[in-house]
Design a protein around this ligand. Structure first.
Ligand SMILES: CC(C)(COP(=O)(O)OP(=O)(O)OC[C@H]1O[C@@H](n2cnc3c(N)ncnc32)[C@H](O)[C@@H]1O)[C@@H](O)C(=O)NCCC(=O)NCCS
Ligand SMILES: Nc1ncnc2c1ncn2[C@@H]1O[C@H](COP(=O)(O)OP(=O)(O)OP(=O)(O)O)[C@@H](O)[C@H]1O
Length: 287
């Protein structure tokens, strides 16, 4: 996408969401996930596919923002976002030839964009809370297909992507945002934010492929990185490399944590730039 010029708040929010997805996938070295060095535990994903998928979602994110402008959380808003979200998933699968690149991310970012657009000048905490309120309304049109996430939720009794949203994205508020706000080295703070969420999240991507044993090992590995001072220290970075080898050996992928990092990056950019950053004309964003 390179540079994108945006003309209104909805386009601005859409561009920030795409930027968050591109920033997440480019963050390196991540355990098990696609990054600039390798495709992690994914035989079917590549960096260029992830970027193409992220860019293809732009019009849907803009539409979500437009549809939510000035609206209170309601079943109608939930169903409107649901329909746009399903269309976005369809586009994603068309762009990737049927590979799941951003299903979880569309869900979390979609709700947060809707919430951010519905009421200007909110804090990240308020946006996440209101997104939770939207998610708690029923979507009568939601397809009841058996997904990997549903299987994992049933088997292991965890909440998954839907539970995280309905609870107002506690892992973003408690773990991702504090880390992003903490340090001056962007790469370190983003990797530490990923470690913090991985140390706590019941990620259905990991559970589906590796079960509870793999999830516990991954959580402990992420905790070790933070205990050793984070990725900015020699010991912490060695622990990250050790975690990457562990995740590779287990052949699992923390896709849910990656989604929540991307969603946190979106909120963090929004709090730095402000929602009205482009209100009086063109603003360009480098993606
Ligand atoms: C809710 C979704 C993500 C389906 O989730 P489900 O748990 O059934 O399983 P599925 O395995 O298909 O996808 C889950 C994805 O969520 C992410 N994830 C996994 N664990 C977690 C977690 N604990 N917290 C947050 N995200 C997680 C991962 O990326 C994973 O791939 C979504 O596909 C959906 O139903 N979309 C419908 C469109 C919609 O209603 N959109 C409205 C807002 S845009
Ligand atoms: N950098 C990334 N690399 C890989 N996955 C990512 C990345 N960022 C986010 N994700 C998320 O991970 C999910 C894909 O994970 P995964 O391929 O494990 O799921 P799946 O298609 O349900 O299952 P599986 O591939 O195990 O059959 C997507 O929904 C996406 O949102």
């Amino acid at each position: 996408m390179g540079k994108i010029v945006v003309f209104n708040t909805s386009e601005y929010l859409g561009a920030l969401a795409v930027k968050a997805l591109v920033d997440e996938v480019c963050l390196t070295p991540k355990p098990g996930l696609v990054d600039e060095e390798n495709n992690g535990s994914h035989h079917d994903l590549t960096l260029s596919m992830m970027k193409a998928s992220a860019r293809s979602l732009y019009p849907f994110f803009v539409e979500m923002a437009q549809a939510s402008k000035g609206k209170q959380p309601s079943q109608l808003l939930r169903e409107t976002l649901g329909e746009i979200g399903r269309n976005a998933e369809e586009k994603m699968f068309a762009v990737t030839n049927g590979i799941n690149t951003h299903k979880g991310a569309i869900w979390s970012l979609g709700l947060l964009i809707g919430s951010a657009a519905s009421q200007g000048n909110s804090t990240s905490e308020e946006i996440a809370k209101r997104a939770g309120k939207i998610a708690r309304f029923e979507d009568a049109f939601m397809m009841k297909r058996l997904t990997n996430g549903m299987r994992a939720k049933k088997k292991y009794g965890v909440n998954g992507a839907v539970g995280e949203a309905k609870a107002g994205f506690p892992h973003i508020i408690k773990f991702v945002l504090p880390m992003l706000r903490e340090t001056k080295n962007i790469n370190h703070s983003r990797l530490n934010a990923l470690m913090a969420v991985m140390a706590h999240l019941d990620d259905t991507c990991i559970l589906h492929r590796g079960g509870t044993l793999a999830l516990e090992k991954v959580k402990e590995g992420a905790r070790a990185v933070l205990r050793n001072g984070g990725v900015g220290t020699r010991e912490g970075f060695q622990s990250l490399l050790k975690l990457n080898r562990l995740v590779e050996a287990l052949f699992v992928s923390p896709g849910g944590s990656a989604d929540l990092l991307a969603a946190g990056l979106f909120l963090y950019e929004l709090e730095k730039r402000g929602i009205g950053g482009n209100s009086d004309g063109n603003t360009s964003l480098r993606l």
